[in-house]
Design a protein around this ligand. Structure first.
Ligand code: GUN
Length: 290
């Protein structure tokens, strides 16, 4: 039976570390969180992010905008937040209403405030392995793998899902750690043939039952990124948990696995942004110091 990877406990440890770091800064980091419309899941996510901010010593500025908000109005708000030196991070909760281009919005956020690491400038840094913001969910998963001392170098890593938020950056971070990486998606032929090769299997599809026991190699490490509801309305991931856990060596539960880690990486990115902004503020004084 697999060992459960406890994302909640690790996130709690990281929360304490971030709180200690923010307390050392000359001002508190600030995260602006923008929600457009009334999507119930997004409302929960945003509330959780604001709660995390409080617990990490980060100030959150919430902007709840009506569904009818125009793209121009949202761009204007982002412009104001870009220019405000006291705002370290800007997060626009996705998905946005259909009449607003997510791409235009992501491009409008200043890269040094892009704590989601969605801007092409930051995506480029992830590709080349330069230091910068971390993609929240994949970086949270990497922290979990590290905590449980799971070797990545030389391992077969299979990522199911090719989204810009999870699948693609996940593959890049595993590759950075010298995994042999395969990305699978809705058009992959013989998915089971691919997943059964995996030493580390990451599923980020968002469909109950995507990964069954027979799709998993004995002893594999299985990371379930999804947050679905089953027929009884209970939260669950992509994996049929009991049958997958019977074969895996390690598995992330849903809830309590990847989710809490994703949230903490966002806090870490906001801290990183504030540290960079404070450093920049200090520089001119240092230049003129005796
Ligand atoms: N919607 C679902 N996941 C995310 C995320 O990580 N960031 C943002 N901004 N929106 C999301």
């Amino acid at each position: 039976m697999a060992i459960k990877m406890d994302g909640k406990a690790l996130a709690e440890k990281m929360r304490r570390e971030i709180r200690e770091e923010t307390a050392r800064l000359s001002r508190r980091p600030t995260l602006a969180v923008i929600l457009v419309g009334e999507d119930p899941a997004s409302q929960v996510y945003v509330r959780n992010k604001e709660k995390d901010c409080v617990e990490c010593g980060i100030l959150s500025q919430g902007y709840r905008l009506p569904e009818e908000t125009s793209e121009a109005q949202l761009l204007e708000l982002i412009g104001v937040l870009n220019d405000n030196d006291l705002v370290d991070g800007i997060l626009v909760q996705l998905p946005l209403p259909k009449h607003i281009s997510e791409q235009k919005i992501i491009h409008a956020i200043r890269p040094d405030k892009d704590v989601d690491a969605f801007h092409p400038f930051n995506v480029g840094k992830i590709v080349t392995g330069e230091a910068g913001f971390l993609p929240c969910t994949p970086a949270g998963i990497m922290e979990l793998l590290k905590e449980y001392q799971i070797e990545i170098a030389g391992k077969e890593c299979v990522v199911v899902g090719r989204s810009n938020i999870v699948g693609k950056p996940m593959a890049l971070l595993l590759l950075r750690e010298h995994g042999t990486v395969t990305i699978c998606h809705s058009k992959t032929a013989q998915l089971t043939d691919q997943t059964r090769r995996a030493d580390i299997l990451v599923s980020a599809v968002g469909k109950v039952g995507t990964i069954t026991g027979e799709m998993v190699k004995d002893g594999a490490v299985v990371i379930d990124v999804a947050m679905n509801r089953n027929a009884e309305g209970k939260l669950c991931g992509d994996c049929l948990y009991d049958e997958v856990a019977a074969k895996a060596s390690y598995i992330t539960p849903v809830p309590g696995g990847v989710g809490p880690m994703t949230r903490l990486i966002l806090m870490k990115n906001t801290l990183t942004a504030a540290q960079a902004h404070l450093d920049k503020e200090k520089k001119p004084q240092e230049r003129f110091a005796p």
